[in-house]
Structures are given as C-alpha cells and as structure tokens.
Design a binder for this molecule. Structure first.
Ligand code: F3S
Length: 786
C-alpha cells in the first residue's frame, strides 16, 4: 500500500511570500521605533498572528502568538497529534504538513530486511498515519524514505520561514535559514488547526564566526566546541544566531549539522543568515524558484546592518569562534557537552581510564549524512583501501534519505565505504534513537562506540547504560574506526598498511554537492500524497494558493488495537461550579512531565490514551505518605497506585484534582501529561507554580490550572482522601478573576471542618472558551460548525 508514488520532481514547490513577510515585519518594526533587528527576530516578528496589534515583543519577557508556515512530524509523535487533530473536525490542515516514518525501524540485519520487518511490526501505525495523511492532504513519507530532518532540508526548508516539528532536532533546517522549532504534538496541532502558537520571545545568542575551516576540521566541530563552552543548558530560552564572515564559507548542509545539534545546548532553535551555499543547495534540490526569491529578498534574510556593526549591543550575548584555529573535537561520553579538542583526547582517556578499543563506529543519521559528509568520510576510507586496510571495529552507515543513499551508491561512495568494511543501514533513525539490535555481545559491559550523531545520553543508542558513546565528525569517526582506537589522532598518528608499514592519512576532501546532481532513488520510497499545501492560511507560504478539498478516506484504526485509539472529545464544562472534587494526590517536590507520563516502555502506547493512562503520575511522590506512586481512594479508603485510583474515580464518575509543588510539569512539551489526567477525570490542578508549557497544555485539554494565592495553604491540604473541594468563581471565570476553593475536611473523629483558600489563574478570554467547550479542539470544532 506504500507504492502509490508521486515523484518529488512533480511536487509543487512553495515559494515563500517574502513581500508579505517583509510587509508584516515593517508594521512591527515601525511600532518598535525602527529598532534594528537580529535575523531571528525578523523571522519571528514577521510571523506574528497580528502584527499590528500584538504587544511590542520584549525578548525573554513577552509572549508571541505566531503563525507558522509548516509542520513536520515523525512517526512516533505524529500519532497523538493526528488523533487530536481529528477532533477539530477540520477538513485539512491549515498549513502544509508532512509525516515521516523514520523512528520505528530497528537496525538489525540490512536496510531492506529492516524496513520489511518494521512494515510488519508497525503496520497498524503506518496504516493509520497514511490514512490520516490522505484524508487531511498531509504529505506522507513512507518507511525507508529517510529521516525527517534530512527530508525537510531536501524538500521543504526555505530561508525566512517558520516551521514547527515534533522532534527535538527540528532546528536542522536552520542550515537553510529557516526558523525551525522542536515542539510537542499539541503545539503542532495548534499550527495545523490555525490556533496561534505561543512562544516566550526568546533571547538571541550571537555566534560570530571568523576565518575558514581547514584540514580535518568540519562544521561538526563548530557545534561540538560550542557545546563544550555553553553546556547542555547554556542555550535555554535562546535562539542561537550565527553571523560573521566565517558563515560564508560553510556549506548549507554543514550549517544544518550545526543547527541540528543546537538542541544539545537547550536552544529554542538555531539559524544562519542567507548565503550563496543556501542558494546552491536549493538549486541542487530542484528549488531554483526559492533560491531566486530568497536572493532577491536577502536583506530580509540577514540581520539588520547595525546589528552586524555592533553585535554586542543587539545580541543578548556574543560568542566568538575563529575557524582558522578550530581543532576537531570529540564529545562524550554520556553527555554532548563534555568536549575535548582532538589533541587532548589521549590524556583524557588515560586520566579517566576509559577503554581505548572502539567496538563500533557509526556515521550518518539526521545530523551528518550529507553528500559532503559522505565524500569526506569516503576520502579517508579510500586512502585506507588503497593500502589494503579495513576498519578495526564494526562500521555502520545510516544515510539520511533515499536521495542520499541513491546518490552515494551511484557515485561509488558506498562501494568505497563497504570496501573497508562498512555496512549500510536503512534510511531511518535506527541506532541514533535506540532502535538498534546490537549483536556484538556487549550488553552490560563497559564499551566504546563513536558516532557522528548528535546525542549521547546513557543508553540512548543501544539501551546499555555502560556503552560510552563519543561524538565526532564523520571523517574523524571513520579514521578512528579504521584504527579501532579512541586515542588515535589522525593528524599525528599513523596506521599500519597490509605490509605492516606505517602511513598517515591525508586530511579529508569533500564535495559540497554531487557533480552529477542528486539521484532521487527508488520511487517506492517517495511520498504518497502530492504536495498541495493545505489551505493558504500560513503567513509566509504563498497566500495566493487556493485551499484544497479534503479526501474522504477512512482513517484506519482497529478498535481492538492496543497501540491506537480514536479519541472521544472531552466533555464540555457543565456550566456549574465544581463540587465534591477529590484530591487524587498531593505531590511533593519535583514533578516533571516524565513523572506525570513516563516514557520508556510506555512509548508504544503513545497513540492509545487509555493504555498510556496507566502510567499517570507514577513518578510522583505522595506528600502525605512520602511514597512514590501511591494514593488512597477517598470513598473506599483503599490504597493503590495513582493510576489505579485514577481509573477507579473515572469509573465512578468522581471529579478529582492534583495538588502540587513548584514548577509542576517542567520538562518536555509532552501533551500526554495533560491528556491522561483529563481522560481519568481530572478537573483542577492546583500548584505553587506551573511550568508554562504544561500549564498551557492543561488549558488546551480543558483542565483548569490554578495556583495558590498563599503558598502556605499547600500544607493545609491533604491528598489522603479526607478532603473534598468545591469551587467558587468558576461560573464567573474571567481574565484575572479570583477562584476560591471551599475545603471540607473530615477529621479522624468523624467531625468536619470547612475553610476557604484563595487561588489565581492565568486564563485568557480565548482559553476560557476552551475550558467551557471542554478543550481547545472542541472549541475549534464548534467554530467550524462541527
Ligand atoms: Fe532524531 Fe537521530 Fe532520528 S536525532 S530524527 S533520532 S536520526
């Protein structure tokens, strides 16, 4: 069923509406008294939902309501996003959207066998995604077609546009001048349903590049060294914007690698100014019209001149990197910000007593599988092959897309890599996301692998917490895998040829783009639905495009499936104050979205709300008992796990609430953390403070988030089933209005006492409508007449 092919060559290329974007930016900039703007600000402010009336943006303080141009989703996170979008009743997505089947393919035997196995194991998921794609005119990239970020770069990224992607490495498209932001499914649904997407105006960190990369140093080393400088949290709340003469000498795909790994320092996203290499890449990927339009609009696609003249004045911070002096870097193990210049790695290995033998070298993935990467790695492999040398460790190659796979095969690169022992995996995430059935019997043992991937948290690649994963450029990975030693420094050390004679590797040489153009590869891997682009609501994507009609296909979900479940709309608010609300648990201390909706083995239920709800709050500490995942049923007085009691309340139709500490719901944007409590009957969440994204997610799902007016009241409440809660002020809910809770507590002697506590909320007019309708999507459906 994945055979209906439409060649990307026939896809309609969407040329950004640069005139419209510049006009909207002009409105905002005039309201800011003409203040010079960074590139990140220019892209963000030109996508404001209401440029003429929104509050003047203040970086790090105000909230922006944005209209993204595009959405991209990978197969794991797309499931719940689509199930939610179905509730909107809309015939199409409001902006062009794509789905990429890349996360659910396990690397095991060979590319073709692994894709075939995934088609069997995950057929119901792929069938669902494809049928939903057909219904809503979403472009569906089949299993084996490639990794989301590579396909976006090859087909959809365009300078100056704004995209949301349901994957943390979405910023990869910043290499093509796009502001591409990794989000949770609920945020993607906002853009798909034309709800303005809210973002706290990020600060902007300027990274000034001077000089020129040379020898063994590659774009990967820029971000590996920057990660060492900034740490894994150093970019939080910031967009990283690169500027300076050094940007002009970088390839578009190299800039993509740098932006991709900006996620490792916690940055909102990363972006490069428009450059000739972007125009060359657009042309090579059949988008000459976008290249021409961007070239004409290049003043919009770069920071304003005064920003470049006085960067310290306009960026929140500035970091300098001189590419002439930059060394190759190796980062790891276990964290991407532990960064070593190549010349210092030997000492670090000795000091830390890390094993020196490399078990596996891996190149490619969404981070580093461009044509340039592959030619540079191959130039190293060919030098070894000429001397009869093979790798001294297993060597795996993950092409980022079918187009890359086919092009490197046509140009003889694959054969050269295979000659030294490489094995080519499917065009999919595979070992990068832990979808790797390793067969070299290292389970539970200390062992070293080195990859050109982006992330190296414990157990990420193979599930083994003892695997020490180092990160480097593809050419350094290739050289070290040939030597089989982590301590091998190709700039100073020699390999032994087949006769035992030492020889040194010459620095890698690469080609930015294939001389004979890209080969698009097997048609069977190309997208199912021809690009039509949804409606014309997106701000920057060609406002003259007519809305398309929806397909009337049936969305395929087996009612007996354990992995997918069609969502029922949450019930609308009754119109009355809440009464007899029970406290499921009073949570103590840190409670992240991981505590509220754990990942790991639960990930397979991401598309099945009822099944995944069995993990609700299992990581939470009960403040009354100090036990993790324990609650007491208010009526039966039985003790059980939190989800057990939650399901019991759902069955008995008992409304309940959570009481929590500070920063409740910090962590990821995971919408399951709001949907699951709502599914089980949660009506209120009362905290000392919320993580903003989670608070918004609760509002979207129709749960009322409240904070204590007096934090000390947290200690007057309990979660042991002895109190009931009634609200005063929900019926008259308005922005800024108070909500009082009337607490009735049954004391051990059977008597009761009643007291009031005051709470606050941050509901806006729109959000109050969501609450009344039962959820934001119910509201959208009502407005759409469904
Ligand atoms: Fe993510 Fe790696 Fe896939 S970073 S998109 S898991 S290739």
């Amino acid at each position: 069923m994945y055979a209906h092919a439409a060649s990307p060559a026939t896809q309609r290329v969407i040329v950004p509406d640069y005139a419209g974007l510049q006009q909207r930016l002009g409105v905002v900039q005039r309201r800011m008294d003409g203040r010079p703007l960074t590139l990140a600000e220019k892209i963000l402010y030109s996508h404001l939902a209401d440029a003429g009336q929104s509050p003047i943006p203040v970086r790090g303080e105000s909230y922006l309501k944005l209209k993204p141009d595009r959405v991209a989703m990978q197969d794991a996170s797309a499931q719940m996003a689509l199930l939610q979008f179905m509730l909107s009743g809309l015939p199409n997505t409001a902006v062009p959207t794509s789905i990429h089947c890349d996360h659910l393919i396990e690397a095991y035997q060979s590319a073709d066998k692994d894709v075939s196995a995934a088609l069997v194991t995950n057929r119901e998921i792929f069938d669902f995604l494809q049928s939903a794609a057909e219904k809503y005119q979403i472009q569906f990239w089949k299993p084996g077609s490639g990794i989301i970020h590579q396909i976006v770069l090859e087909n959809y990224a365009a300078p100056g546009t704004l995209m949301l992607g349901t994957d943390s490495h979405t910023p990869n498209a910043g290499g093509l001048g796009m502001l591409a932001i990794g989000v949770g499914g609920a945020d993607a649904v906002d853009a798909m349903a034309d709800i303005p997407w809210e973002l706290k105006a990020p600060k902007v960190l300027g990274v000034r590049l001077t000089g020129r990369l040379n020898g063994w140093t590659s774009p990967k080393d820029i971000i590996l060294s920057l990660a060492g400088k900034l740490s894994v949290r150093g970019g939080t709340g910031h967009i990283i914007e690169y500027f300076g003469p050094g940007t002009e000498s970088l390839s578009c795909t190299g800039m993509g690698t740098i932006c991709n790994m900006g996620a490792e320092v916690g940055a909102t996203t990363s972006v490069f100014p428009f450059s000739p290499s972007m125009a060359r890449y657009l042309t090579a990927t059949r988008r000459q019209t976008v290249a021409d339009a961007a070239t004409r609009a290049q003043s919009f696609l770069r920071p304003d001149e005064p920003v470049l003249a006085s960067p310290e004045k306009y960026y929140d911070d500035v970091v300098e990197i001189n590419l002439d002096k930059l060394e190759p870097h190796i980062n790891g193990p276990f964290t991407p910000d532990l960064s070593f210049p190549l010349s210092q790695l030997k000492t670090a290995i000795q000091d830390n007593q890390w094993p020196d033998d490399i078990k596996v070298g891996l190149i490619g993935s969404c981070t580093n599988s461009s044509y340039e990467d592959m030619t540079r790695a191959t130039s190293i492999a060919r030098q070894a092959a000429e001397r009869g040398v093979k790798t001294n460790a297993e060597f795996l190659v993950t092409p980022g897309s079918e187009q890359i796979r086919a092009t490197i095969a046509r140009d003889g690169l694959t054969q050269s890599l295979e000659q030294v022992g490489a094995r080519v995996l499917a065009n999919a995430c595979g070992p990068c996301i832990g979808q790797w059935r390793r067969t070299d019997e290292t389970e539970g043992q200390d062992n070293v692998i080195i990859s050109s991937f982006n992330r190296n948290f414990k157990a990420r690649n193979d599930g083994n917490a003892k695997t020490m994963n180092f990160l480097a450029s593809p050419e350094i990975v290739t050289a070290m895998t040939l030597a089989g030693k982590l301590s091998f420094n190709p700039m100073t050390d020699s390999l032994l040829d087949q006769n035992g004679q030492p020889f040194k590797l010459a620095p890698p040489r690469g080609e930015e783009l294939p001389g004979h153009g890209f080969d698009q590869g097997r048609l069977a891997y190309q997208p199912v639905v021809p690009e039509e682009g949804g409606s014309s609501i997106g701000t920057g994507t060609g406002s003259s495009m007519p809305p398309t009609s929806s397909q009337q296909g049936e969305i395929k979900v087996d009612p007996s499936s354990t992995r997918l479940q069609i969502l029922e709309p949450f019930p609308s608010w009754s119109g009355h104050e809440f009464n007899n609300v029970r406290v499921l648990v009073r949570v103590q201390g840190k409670c992240t979205t991981d505590h509220i909706s754990a990942a790991g083995k639960w990930l397979k239920y991401k598309g099945h709300l009822e099944n995944i709800a069995h993990n609700t709050l299992i990581g939470a500490v009960n403040a009354d008992t100090q036990q993790v995942n324990e609650a007491t049923h208010a009526i039966t007085k039985q003790t059980g796990t939190i989800p057990e009691i939650g399901f019991a309340y759902r069955k008995a139709n008992i409304p309940w609430m959570v009481i929590a500490d500070h920063n409740y719901g910090e962590g990821s944007a995971r919408e399951h953390a709001a949907m699951q409590p709502r599914y089980l009957g949660c009506v209120l969440v009362l905290t000392k403070s919320f993580a903003r994204i989670h608070e918004t997610n609760l509002k979207k799902q129709g749960v009322l988030p409240l904070t204590f007016a007096n934090e000390g009241d947290y200690d007057r409440l309990t979660g042991d089933g002895s109190i009931t809660v009634a609200t005063r002020g929900v019926k008259s809910l308005a922005p800024g209005s108070p909500v009082h809770l009337v607490i009735t507590q049954t004391l051990p002697d059977g008597t009761t006492k009643t007291f009031d506590i005051a709470t606050k909320h941050t509901m806006s007019e729109d959000q109050i409508e969501w609450f009344k309708a039962g959820s934001a999507l119910n509201r959208i459906a009502a407005l759409a007449g469904n």
